[in-house]
Design a protein around this ligand. Structure first.
Ligand code: ADP
Length: 303
């Protein structure tokens, strides 16, 4: 079993010929909504690969809560530990995209901002059945640290995607984390120098290992992935694909990685599964709709 402790959002997307200026009312083109949030995306990524997956999180009763829970269930994610808050909004991202692809985004954390020790307790009850715990930074840092502690104490592999970028990452978290998976932007923020190739990724990974993580996996987008532990280090080039939309590629990576850990595969293969899931997601539009199912995933790996 894989457990995700994290955010559940609804994305509300409007398209317009250009972005409005302050005070302006602008006629737009299209409106659509889609489930999102890094926690939910990673849970869907894992469940689609056929892995038993639970999410621990919160949604708001009056705004999209039931809809978000239903969509997680439809993707095969167990939601017994998603609590529905009577007095909060669900996490919402209000997104405006213009014809050139430029965007403006406001994120309301809503119920995601309420995660606390109660949620960590529910997580703790699930941990004895789990092999991997996926964490991100879209819920309160104190809850993320407490969740990492719970996972660590239960002997479950703790996998931290340090996204979105945080200015203050508490130093105590590193020794609670088995695998950290920053992309280039997050790696730069964590170590303080540009990370954009194999050499700089290797330097960054060494720093993260020294801080206490057992394994550092640096995602370099279309370039590939660098991975280091105390025992080994290697670089895996990206799968050559025609990328159309890399939204949720990182979340797909987390799901593929967790699925391989659940299957107790060797580290190099775990990274390959993450990279394959990320590459497939990059070839398909949208966030959750771009995440591969098991059938597609196996066909891709066989190619
Ligand atoms: P994030 O989505 O977190 O910013 P990346 O952009 O590095 O992270 O994407 C995550 C992973 O998805 C990459 O490490 C890679 O394995 C895969 N991926 C992303 N973009 C591409 C691409 N254009 N071609 C092949 N693989 C990709």
């Amino acid at each position: 079993t894989v457990i995700v402790f994290g955010s559940i959002n609804i994305d509300l997307i409007a398209t317009a010929p250009r972005l409005p200026v302050a005070g302006e009312t602008l006629l737009g083109e299209e409106f659509f909504k889609a489930p999102g949030g890094k926690g939910a995306n990673q849970a869907v990524a894992s469940a689609r690969l056929g892995i038993s997956t639970h999410i621990v999180g919160r949604v708001g009763a009056h705004s999209f809560g039931a809809e978000l829970v239903n969509s997680l269930q439809a993707a095969g994610v167990r939601t017994d530990n998603v609590s529905i808050e009577a007095n909060a909004s669900s996490g919402v991202a209000v997104i405006i995209v213009d014809d050139s692809g430029e965007n403006q985004i406001i994120v309301i954390p809503g119920a995601n901002g309420l995660l606390d020790n109660e949620d960590v307790e529910r997580l703790t009850n699930l941990l004895p059945r789990a092999k991997a715990l996926l964490l991100q930074f879209e819920v309160p840092m104190a809850a993320v640290v407490a969740a990492a502690k719970a996972g660590h104490n239960a002997g479950v592999k703790v996998i931290l995607d340090p996204a979105p970028v945080q200015l203050d990452v508490p130093s105590e978290i590193y020794s609670l984390v088995d695998i950290i998976t920053p992309n280039e932007v997050e790696a730069r923020q964590l170590v303080g120098f540009p990370v954009d190739n194999e050499e700089s990724a290797a330097e960054a990974a060494q720093i993260l290992l020294q801080r206490g993580v057992k394994c550092a996996i640096i995602k370099l987008g279309a370039k590939g992935v660098y991975c280091a532990t105390k025992e080994e280090n290697f670089f895996i080039p990206a799968f050559p694909v025609q990328a159309v939309d890399t939204t949720a590629a990182g979340d797909a990576f987390s799901g593929g990685l967790a699925a391989a850990i659940e299957a107790e595969l060797p580290l190099r293969q775990c990274v390959t599964w993450g990279a394959a899931a990320g590459a497939i997601a990059a070839t398909r539009p949208g966030a959750q709709p771009s995440l591969p199912d098991r059938y597609m995933f196996e066909a891709f790996l066989k190619e």
